[in-house]
Unconditional design. Sequence first.
Lengths: 249, 383
Amino acid sequence: MKILVAVKRVIDYNVKVRVKADGSGVETSNVKMSMNPFDEIAVEEALRLKEAGTAEEIVAVSMGIDRCQETIRTALAMGADRGILVQTEEELEPLAVAKLLKALVERESPGLVIVGKQAIDGDHSETGQMLAAILGWPQGTFASKLEFETDSVNVTREVDGGLEIVKLKLPAVITTDLRLNEPRFASLPNIMKAKKKPMETLTPAELGVDVTPRVTVVEVVEPPKRKAGIRVESVQALVEKLRNEAKVI
Amino acid sequence: MTVSNDDEALILASIDRFLERDVAPHAHALEASDTYPRDIVEQMKELGLFGATIDPEYGGLGLSAVTYAKIVERVSAVWMSVSGIFNSHLIMAAAVQRFGSEAQKRHYLPRFARGELRGGIALTEPDCGTDLQAIRTRAVRDGDAYVVNGSKTWISNSIEGQILAVLVKTDPQAQPPRRGMSLLLIEKGPGFEVSRKLEKIGYKGIDSGELTFDDCRVPVDNLIGEEEGRGLNQILAGLELGRINVAARGVGIARACLDESVAYAQVRKTFGKPICEHQSIQIKLAEMATRLEASRLLTEAAARAYDEGRRCDMEAGMAKLFATETAIHNSIEAMRIHGAYGYSKEFNIERYYRDAPLLAIGEGTNEMQRIIIARQLVERNPA
Ligand SMILES: Cc1cc2nc3c(=O)[nH]c(=O)nc-3n(C[C@H](O)[C@H](O)[C@H](O)COP(=O)(O)OP(=O)(O)OC[C@H]3O[C@@H](n4cnc5c(N)ncnc54)[C@H](O)[C@@H]3O)c2cc1C
């Protein structure tokens, strides 16, 4: 089986994000960028499936500017076999990404696509679902465990109030949740070896996909600053304020 | 020996992950109990750190001094002891790589790179450190072996490691004495004893041992370079990279002290405002940051010169001197900024404060650095 994993370049999770002065978005210049943490989990799961003999080849895909190659290289250094960059300067919305992935699925014919449940920048949590829909494939979202059978996979999903297990016929789309695995980091020798792994660059036009944005961002603003707290004299006063001012009880 | 910027970014990202996941959460407990960080060492093997500067031909990564210094800086900013586990190991490896015979390189370097055989360098003796020509450990040729007698002290990695490059006298009568000094690779075995583990104020977790050689037989094949009388030069040749490495440790500690101070000064309030708005704290922060930046630039410049094969003995010495003094300065200032929390065993500052002074002693004391810098100044600028 071949596995396609999607990896997105996002602002590193340790960075304190700042909004641009003109409110058009967040500051990304001179900011540390890394692979979306949920995508690391996707790569890790693919690697484990390869190590277990369930998969033979792992193709890591990223979409966006030239620098997204770094993210693909991280996936290659972790152990993916080859990379594909769909290069574009356009701001990509989930639907565009899903369409590009669909085009790649048609070229590559993987048995499984694994993507993160969401990217920590846009927090859309839409791409995997849209991809499954336009491919007409089954989807196992928010996966915390995968168990393979001959031509199906049992996906444990984290849902409100417990765990749900769904059985999907392959090929299928999986989106990863935090507890699926703990991703490895690339060893230094593997980083050096990753240079020799193949990386292909395509454009949306070559894949026949129109990625023109359909959503207009009106404004991006900083979350409101927390106001200083107050000290109340008694429990009664506290209850009174919680009930009448905060209206939470 | 070139690493592209892309590779460097990936390498540093992996190092950061390793530090965040495997080192930072454990540093405090391991250091408090002076426990050798075995699990961390296993991770370091997997990461490939033990082969960082070893030639790829012999199984290493062949990283540049610039990249290596950045790794050392990052590691030291989290826990300096961890850097010691691969630093002196790689100085030993560098001596083999530069001066060893092809057979020695093939035999040892791949195992050094994998971290299967780990060690360091044994120069210092109970009654001499700076003045290495005064060492008394003796190696006498007997057939196809040397018989080694003597003692060494303060040797990093000597208890947990399996092998050391040991500076010995093969001809105690030689004049000047350096002509009678040689470097032997000695593996643990009969006659090589660790007499005790030394207790110290900081740099905990990593083993500092006192060693005794008692009729220890070492195959002549283990003489680095297969020729006697070159040991001191072989060690001195490694000093430039050694100083760059210690300078990078200084940068790491100095940065950790600054980062924690900048964060703390914004949340700690006195007299109605964060202490970063009091001028005397501002002066401290500005001074710490400026010295840190200067240290980093000196270290990078020396590392770049080293990578380009330019002369950098004085430059590496200046970087070592300034960056390590900055580490000490910043640790004291960080303690003042943190007040009682700086003095508390529950936070990191007191550890930086205990670790930093070692940097002024090891790899050539800072007194000696000044002397060497002045001598080189005169030598390079004859009247
Ligand atoms: C934690 C730790 C780890 C170590 N690890 C190792 C190791 O792995 N391998 C190893 O071989 N050694 C190691 N050492 C030893 C270290 O390298 C020596 O301590 C160092 O070289 C200084 O030598 P010394 O302690 O004998 O001081 P001394 O040489 O006795 O110096 C004492 C003082 O006199 C000053 N001084 C000496 N000569 C002069 C001079 N000509 N002019 C002006 N001032 C002078 C010095 O600067 C110092 O201030 C370690 C030490 C420590 C504390």
